[in-house]
Design a protein around this ligand. Structure first.
Ligand SMILES: [Zn+2]
Length: 160
């Protein structure tokens, strides 16, 4: 099997299970569910590509108008299509220096952990999602309406 890299080298591999605080599928306020896995890391921590692939999209992931519950800062998401065809979505990053269409190697630096709240400067992380279709915007998941293309980031990260 090909080598896969844990996306935040400054942290130990630890995949929170679904229903746990940082896990995929946990309940959030307003009938929402958590669309990914949170890997807590300091602001500015390096994020690397888990597998090799192609950058297919980069977009604003959090921003002030995102929802009524939080006052979000701007952070970005990078979607990389890996060889099996699915998309890894690396979220809550500082503005990326890479461009759509660029190839990345497994383990290559792709970005740095950003900050989603000014009032909680230590609440910083990689929010990681896994999709079967190219994501174009912030994923939202409300009760009983899991987006069809949203796969389990828990299962994927456990393969590393
Ligand atoms: Zn998250």
């Amino acid at each position: 099997m090909k080598k896969m890299f844990w996306p935040v080298p400054s942290t130990k591999k630890n995949v929170p299970k679904s229903k746990f605080k940082k896990g995929f599928g946990r309940n959030k306020e307003g009938g929402r569910f958590h669309c990914g896995t949170d890997i807590l890391a300091k602001y500015g921590s390096n994020i690397i590509a888990i597998e090799s692939g192609l950058i297919k999209n980069i977009f604003l992931f959090t921003y002030l108008e995102l929802d009524q519950f939080n006052k979000y800062e701007n952070t970005y998401a990078i979607a990389i299509q890996h060889e099996k065809g699915n998309y890894a979505l690396y979220c809550e990053l500082q503005k990326p220096k890479l461009k759509i269409g660029q190839k990345v190697k497994a383990g290559q630096l792709i970005g740095k952990v950003g900050r989603i709240f000014v009032h909680k400067p230590k609440h910083t992380m990689l929010h990681f999602e896994y999709h079967s279709k190219l994501p174009n915007s912030t994923t939202k998941w409300y009760k009983g309406k899991r987006p069809k293309s949203l796969l389990s980031s828990t299962k994927y990260l456990q393969c590393i």
